[in-house]
Design a protein. Sequence first.
Length: 267
Amino acid sequence: MTRGFELYQSWTHWANEVPSLKEPLNGLIARAIISTDGKLDEVEFITGASKSDIFQVYQWINEKGLLKAPILPEQKKPNFNGEEMDNMSVATNNPRKARTFTRGEMVDYLKRKLSEANSGIKFIGLKHNILTCELNDQKLKVYISTSRDYESMRKDSDYNANRVSAWNKGNHEVFTSCDYYSMLVKADTNTEYVTDSDENIEGLFLSQEELNQWFKQKAVVPSGMINCYVHFIQRQGEGRTSTNVIDEREQPVVSLDHLYQKGYVVR
């Protein structure tokens, strides 16, 4: 029996058991839950649905006993008070995809990029995700947001080997707490996307004002979380000279080319 047929059988069974899944959005969420084996963080990335909508569908199918296993070994349900979606993973027979990077690796990359772009910058300390720097006798705080490359999770027809897909997320407090923000992603090992480093890391660096201007173009979601689905895209065979960057979460998409092109300069 093929994987595709197994997924179809699961979907038809779920739809018969829970008629509400026949509504377009609910059905999209349910099929994503099936195809990801219940990894709800990946479901949000694939569908673009809100956490509340995803959890509603999850509750329906869980009440019918349709999932392979209950949510989380501790039997805890996810909440929607600003916690990261890492806490929404469902425990199934298949383990989560392993993290593809370390925080230290991301921090070292950011320090190197800042040093190359800003003569005399000093690094004072790192606490949690906040790097404190000093430049021209002024202290600056940089929030570091990191992501794996989600491109490899797409279906074959949607996969683009010349695209890196980052998911940077946080609540309002996170994105109003610092002077600058660095959104970094570790490219998948199988990518054809060309980075500028051996670490295979790509990213954006922007000030609070630049972040505010970007977020003004984003739709507000009930959960209060801010989700940035940043796509770094290159034309096949043209490498870095063809790089375009967008926030794919929004409709229409938001161009981030101007932020990408400014590099890591502190202004």
